[in-house]
Design a protein around this ligand. Structure first.
Ligand code: NAG
Ligand code: NAG
Ligand code: NAG
Ligand code: NAG
Ligand code: NAG
Ligand code: NAG
Length: 161
């Protein structure tokens, strides 16, 4: 490159930055973080983690709470966030607060295709993306999951992506 005149060298340099920027854009990937990942901070003593293995959960397990004080915080660096969860045949849901934005978003996690099971029990629909937010500025973001007081009986964390 030293044999090229300076303007050409600058052009090549500029183009190489351009190519790197394009490569950076095309290397965006989805990373799934299971509910047991230490990157997730749970409010103490609110969450039940002793539930049985269920193949409908991402990774086989989820966190569950019926406590109004329950919350979980997932801080991440990225450009999008998705909330994954199974569905249950009774009132399960979550309030989601992204980067402190009020009002929170309510995500209904009830399987309305089934009759309501008043005794509770296992999920009836496999874990999938139930909510997402895209086109975030590349940087640090925070998603808080809260018990949906007055809207559901239980709050669940299964996975983030
Ligand atoms: C990540 O997953 C979401 C939701 O399933 C999908 O819409 C998106 O295209 C995926 N992004 C990449 C880079 O694979
Ligand atoms: C936690 O899960 C176990 C096992 O399913 C169950 O016996 C128990 O009642 C649950 N506790 C709460 C508070 O939901
Ligand atoms: C997550 O990010 C928020 C907002 O930046 C911050 O207030 C909080 O301390 C962070 N929590 C953890 C567990 O890192
Ligand atoms: C309700 O859930 C309980 C506990 O999982 C289960 O034994 C029962 O079969 C369910 N009832 C219906 C109508 O699906
Ligand atoms: C994110 O940006 C892409 C490209 O600009 C656009 O196609 C897409 O609709 C946007 N998604 C959302 C949820 O705004
Ligand atoms: C984002 O978070 C990481 C890890 O917590 C930290 O090292 C970094 O400085 C933060 N970046 C910005 C732009 O705040």
């Amino acid at each position: 490159m030293t044999s090229f005149p300076l303007p050409l060298r600058l052009l090549i340099l500029a183009l190489s930055f351009e190519i790197q920027a394009v490569l950076a854009v095309t290397t965006i990937t989805n990373v799934t973080v299971d509910d047991q990942d230490p990157a997730i901070l749970y409010s103490p003593e609110d969450w039940n983690t002793t539930e049985a293995y269920n193949s409908l959960d991402y990774g086989g397990y989820h966190h569950l709470s019926g406590q109004s004080s329950a919350f979980a915080i997932f801080n991440f660096t990225g450009v999008a966030i998705y909330f994954l969860s199974p569905l249950w045949p009774y009132a399960v849901g979550a309030r989601l607060v992204l980067d402190g934005q009020i009002p929170p978003v309510f995500v209904d996690l009830q399987d309305h295709s089934q009759p309501v099971n008043s005794t509770g029990g296992a999920e009836t629909v496999s874990s999938a993306v139930v909510w997402g937010f895209e086109n975030l500025t590349l940087g640090n973001h925070s998603l808080q999951v809260e018990f949906a007081q007055g809207q559901s009986q239980y709050v669940v964390v299964d996975a983030f992506m």
